[in-house]
Design a protein around this ligand. Structure first.
Ligand code: FCB
Length: 432
């Protein structure tokens, strides 16, 4: 009989969501406007009512509690709170106050994200993150929420996946505003990094207590396709953009290349009380053409992949967690999960990744949570509703919530505060 993988006392187990993907009817941001143009979402769906979580949050939190969760991550929709520049909608602030309360009443610790990809239309019209005023504008919103929600929020997450917005919006052009302009991408990256500092400061100044505040970095394990100098260089470029630009920027307080030069950003140095880590996969890269100089390889034909086409690579999780932890701040796993129609695959994915997190813990990493992406099937950005990341299915039409077997497996793990020998035997024995 295998031993169990026990986690430290007080470890937080739960799931994550984001406003646009689950709430429904977030019509005042750039994603909604872009969707209205038609033809952008791969499966032809629109976010629309999404999971109607805006109205059903009590039901969702009751279910999460039943499923053993003791923590929950969600995001506040900025475009609801500040529908026009400088105008606050206090009814919406009140809504999120009730959401936070409800998370707590259902025995879970709330993790509150302030920015998860969506921008209010007015902010978008100002050029969004390319505008040098962006760090100040988003900090004002962060301060407003910190003041309003006072002592009720134990963990604030500033910006979700800072590298995705410049890359999606201005490099690959996959996300609105769908541009391909490296100068804009670098300006956006720079202002987002600076904003991690301004938001941190604004929350600290406005919250009643001194809540921990941190960013959510989507760490990717980057490897060169070969050991040639060119491929190694390509790997260094991508690794810098995805990982160290943000991690080192927060550590040193410096906005460095690739954005431009070496510029100190006041308030950025040490602007993290913890680091949130999202991990999905690895990236293998070789040298490529300008402007990025990199080309990402597709997974090998025999590699296990998700319906997103992402390679399943649990070992990379260990390396990313160790690297995040080496910065000396606590690590909270804020997302990890898989798009799949095969829930057995999800179970195996979870257990294999938990084994890596456990290995990192054993090797000294101070890891304090595992928040699975996602609580329920939802609107997966350009990929639409076709992608199933949830431990809970959302039935089309009725929007009924239907826990999948993985939700019950996760419940057992959360209740035991560890992966039990039975679960290990079922999902790990074969790949020992
Ligand atoms: C992450 C995002 C999240 C979701 C998952 C699959 O990059 O933070 O919103 O789309 O990927």
């Amino acid at each position: 009989m295998s031993d169990s993988l026990r986690f430290p006392g007080g470890f937080l187990w739960g799931a994550a969501t984001s406003s646009y993907q689950v709430e429904g009817n977030n019509h005042n941001n750039q994603w909604w406007a872009w969707e209205q143009e038609g033809g952008h979402i791969e499966d032809g769906t629109v976010s629309g009512l999404a999971c109607d979580h805006y109205n059903r949050f009590q039901e969702d939190f009751a279910l999460a509690q039943e499923l053993g969760h003791n923590a929950h991550r969600f995001s506040i929709e900025w475009s609801r709170i500040e529908p026009e520049e400088g105008r606050w909608d206090e009814k919406e602030v009140e809504h999120y106050r009730r959401v936070v309360e409800s998370v707590r009443e259902h025995g879970m610790v709330p993790f509150v994200t302030l920015h998860h990809f969506t921008n209010p239309l007015w902010f978008e019209r100002l050029g969004a993150w390319t505008n040098p005023r962006a760090p100040e504008l988003v900090a004002r919103y962060a301060g407003h929420m910190a003041k309003a929600l006072g002592g009720a929020v134990p963990f604030w997450l500033t910006i979700n996946e800072p590298s995705v917005t410049p890359a999606g919006g201005y490099m690959t052009g996959e996300f609105p505003p769908c541009e391909r302009d490296m100068n804009k991408a670098m300006a956006a990256a720079k202002h987002i990094l600076i904003a991690l500092g301004t938001m941190h400061q604004a929350i600290k100044e406005n919250a009643l207590h001194d809540p921990p505040v941190g960013p959510v970095i989507n760490m990717t394990y980057v490897q060169p396709a070969s050991d040639s100098e060119e491929d190694s260089r390509a790997a260094r470029i991508l690794d810098r953009y995805l990982n160290s630009y943000w991690l080192d920027g927060l550590r040193d307080g410096v906005v460095g290349p690739p954005a431009e030069g070496r510029e100190e950003a006041p308030g950025l140095k040490g602007a993290w009380d913890f680091v949130g880590v999202n991990y999905y996969s690895r990236a293998r890269v070789k040298a490529g053409p300008p402007p990025t100089l990199i080309e990402q390889l597709s997974p090998d034909a025999d590699a296990e992949t998700s319906t997103m086409g992402w390679e399943v690579y649990p070992e990379g999780f260990y390396h990313c967690l160790m690297r995040a932890a080496s910065h000396g701040v606590p690590v909270y796993i804020t997302e990890n999960g898989i798009g799949t129609d095969d829930d057995e695959q999800r179970c195996r994915y979870i257990v294999r990744h938990l084994r890596e997190a456990h290995r990192a813990l054993r090797d000294g990493a101070d890891i304090r949570s595992y928040l699975h992406w996602c609580f329920q099937d939802n609107f997966e950005w350009t990929r639409g509703f076709r992608q199933k990341f949830g431990m809970v299915a959302t039935r089309p039409g009725t929007l009924d919530r239907l826990p999948k077997p993985s939700a019950y497996m996760f419940r057992d793990i959360a209740r035991e505060n560890g992966v039990t020998p039975e679960i290990i035997e079922r999902y790990l024995e074969s790949d020992r």
